[in-house]
Design a protein around this ligand. Structure first.
Ligand code: SF4
Length: 241
């Protein structure tokens, strides 16, 4: 059973962390929740500052990487480059093998919400079962859906989500990366401002940071940062593709 945090405690923590250095948030989270704490990362350009901060502040915190089976080869290579450079402990989280074997290549076209549910939400739900808290790199300025993100968010089923970069802007990411001479995802040079699964990501030159994700479909989130992550799956949902 994950730890629970009261709304009052979360409010007090969020007041304390207004404008705080993300390193201070990571240090607090590590002291409070380790060893039942992990971070998640998609290993794209915007992920690099948080991964660098973890390597500096709390390298013992494992980083979960969701391997949907649809990543660009450049993402997998970049992940491995960052693991080696930062000395990260990365755990690969994969979909249920039965579901992965049964998937059809058209699922992401036919029903992208269902595809994200099978390849991202369900595996993450399983990974989070053994944790009290998880660290995410989302920021309020990324999308309207993320505008209300708090640094400390108690979760409906118990457990706590921690967003150390919630108050950062896109410029803060670039400033930090430049200051620390951090690498960028190799596809950034081709206009991929945000990189997800290959079938659902296109370049977005000069546009909104996440405009290239599920472009033209109206879909903006995979479900990891919405209520979908906290809905208990029904038995038929677990095994239907
Ligand atoms: S991003 Fe696309 S390919 Fe990846 S899980 Fe979601 S719908 Fe499927």
């Amino acid at each position: 059973m994950p730890v629970t945090m009261s709304p009052d405690e979360a409010s007090a923590l969020n007041a304390r962390f207004i404008g705080a250095d993300p390193a201070a948030v990571l240090a607090w989270a590590t002291g409070r929740f380790m060893p039942r704490l992990a971070a998640t990362s998609s290993f794209q350009t915007q992920s690099v500052p948080l991964l660098h901060l973890i390597s500096q502040v709390c390298p013992q915190v494992p980083v979960l990487f969701l391997d949907t089976g649809y990543h660009f080869p450049e993402t997998l290579a970049f992940r491995d480059e960052l693991i080696a450079r930062f000395g990260l402990t990365v755990q690969i989280v994969r979909p249920d093998p039965q579901q992965a074997a049964a998937r059809t290549e058209s699922l992401y076209r036919r029903d992208p919400d269902r595809c994200c549910y099978v390849h991202k939400v369900l595996p993450m739900q399983r990974a989070l079962r053994d944790l009290d808290a998880w660290i995410s790199g989302i920021r309020r300025d990324q999308t309207p859906q993320r505008a209300g993100a708090q640094v400390v968010e108690p979760l409906p089923q118990g457990g706590v989500k921690i967003n150390p970069l919630a108050g950062w802007t896109r410029e803060d990411v670039w400033r930090y990366s430049h200051h620390h001479d951090l690498p960028a995802h190799p596809l950034l040079a081709q206009g991929y401002l945000s990189v997800g699964c290959a079938p659902c990501t296109v370049p977005a030159f000069g546009g909104d940071e996440r405009a290239g994700r599920w472009a033209g479909t109206g879909k903006t989130e995979c479900g990891l940062h919405t209520d979908a992550l906290h809905q208990p799956p029904s038995p038929d949902q677990e095994h239907k593709t």
